[in-house]
Design a protein around this ligand. Structure first.
Ligand SMILES: [Fe+2]
Ligand SMILES: [Fe+2]
Length: 264
């Protein structure tokens, strides 16, 4: 029987997009059939070993092309940017379950399922980009997403605070307004796509909150205090920006105390 960590290693160390997608769906399928386990004595390889495709070219966020939704090219650039976020999200889910060992089996199942959903999001976006005559990699993408993973490679609570409970949670804040914009434009395909992603993302942030609180409890921390300390420590460039979607963030496991602090 294979371990989930062998699958993770295969995923993280190939540069092929196709291979990454196939490995992800296969692993989730095999997990559901009971064909993967979490027993391993293999060492965890350094995060610097993780590989990405050679396209898209990665640029600083401010060097990104215009993504205003007022032109066809802007809409294509917008969906290319979302495709990049979803592509990186597959790697972030795999890296989370690969790098942190000794947690309950449910932890590995949860993040493997998240990886599979992120792969589905990416594939939906790939198909959407094709209808606009571009493909993932044709435009540059911004290079900031992986930085949070590298910063927290040795800190599980830091990883959970920064990735699901900060970056992914941001999606809950901004996506509803985007859906409204595409609705106003009469673009039902984009509305359906973004709605599907938003629904799944609430679940991903919720799993992040669940495991954050679980590990805080295990290590004797008050989770709300630890969350503030970790965001203060790892967040670059000031503080997370609002407005925050209080309703969805509560469903996704944030407390009113945490939201009051973010909004302060
Ligand atoms: Fe996603
Ligand atoms: Fe996600």
């Amino acid at each position: 029987m294979k371990t989930v960590f062998e699958c993770a290693e295969a995923f993280l160390h190939t540069t092929s997009i196709e291979e990454k997608l196939t490995l992800t769906h296969q692993a989730w399928h095999n997990w559901q059939l009971g064909k993967l386990n979490v027993n391993t004595s293999q060492p965890v390889l350094a995060i610097s070993e993780v590989k990405f495709p050679n396209k898209p070219m990665l640029l600083a966020p401010r060097a990104m092309p215009n993504r205003k939704l007022t032109t066809a090219a802007g809409i294509a650039a917008f969906f290319h940017a979302i495709a990049h976020v979803e592509f990186m999200a597959i790697s972030l889910a795999w890296d989370l379950l690969y790098r942190f060992r000794g947690l309950p089996e449910q932890f590995y199942q949860d993040w493997l399922q998240v990886a599979d959903e992120e792969a589905q999001h990416f594939e939906l976006l790939q198909a959407h980009l094709h209808t606009m005559n571009i493909q993932y990699g044709d435009l540059p993408a911004h290079n900031g997403l992986w930085d949070h993973a590298v910063d927290t490679a040795d800190d599980l609570l830091g990883r959970l605070a920064m990735v699901p409970r900060c970056m992914e949670a941001r999606g809950l804040d901004v996506t509803p307004a985007l859906i409204t914009k595409f609705e106003a434009m009469g673009d039902q395909t984009s509305v359906a796509l973004l709605t599907r992603i938003l629904t799944d993302e609430v679940g991903h942030v919720e799993r992040g909150s669940h495991w954050f609180k679980f590990v805080c409890h295990q290590q004797g921390y008050v989770s709300e205090d630890k969350y503030k300390a970790l965001i203060n420590h790892y967040y670059r460039g000031g503080r997370p920006k609002g407005p925050f979607n209080r309703e969805m963030r509560i469903i996704a496991g944030f407390s009113h105390t945490e939201l009051d602090w973010l909004e302060r």
